[in-house]
Design a protein around this ligand. Structure first.
Ligand SMILES: [Zn+2]
Length: 154
């Protein structure tokens, strides 16, 4: 049965949240498949709309996108990269499960294109706009050790 993982938060877990994240190899190990199921449960219970592996103490290029209420089924995104960003940027108030009670406006490209892999090793090319674009960028930032507070509008 999947279990809820401990959320790593600032300030005590900053080292893990800032550490480099390793690419995930395919086929996935049993441990990584379990981690994905545990992360899906953890983000649902939090509740959150995205969760990156370093937020639960694993420095891997892996994130869960959980936007079911927007019609996108919860999925694992592995080794993702942003390959294109719109010139137009929009600001949105963001929070982060790793930074409790802190919210701030973050300005990001309104649309992005991302490539990555699903848990069955299939390559995906995602085109995100609106909230989907923001979540993709927020989670990929985590995989590069970047947190929202680094991007708050001054
Ligand atoms: Zn976050």
């Amino acid at each position: 049965m999947p279990k809820v993982l401990r959320l790593h938060t600032l300030p005590e877990d900053e080292k893990i949240l800032r550490a480099p994240n390793a690419e995930v190899n395919f086929p996935l190990t049993v441990e990584i498949k379990e981690l994905i199921e545990d992360m899906k449960l953890t983000v649902r219970k939090a509740p959150g709309i995205g969760l990156a592996a370093p937020q639960v103490g694993h420095n891997l290029m892996l994130a869960i996108i959980h936007l079911e209420e927007f019609g996108i089924e919860s999925f694992a995104l592995i080794n993702p990269k942003v390959i294109s960003r719109s010139i137009k940027k929009t600001a949105l108030e963001e929070g982060c499960l790793s930074i409790p009670k802190v919210f701030g406006d973050v300005k990001r490209p309104a649309k992005v294109e991302v490539v990555g892999f699903t848990e069955d090793g299939r390559k995906v090319h995602l085109k995100g706009e609106k909230l989907f674009a923001k979540v993709l960028q927020h989670e990929i930032d985590h995989l590069n050790g970047i947190l929202i507070q680094d991007k708050f509008e001054k």
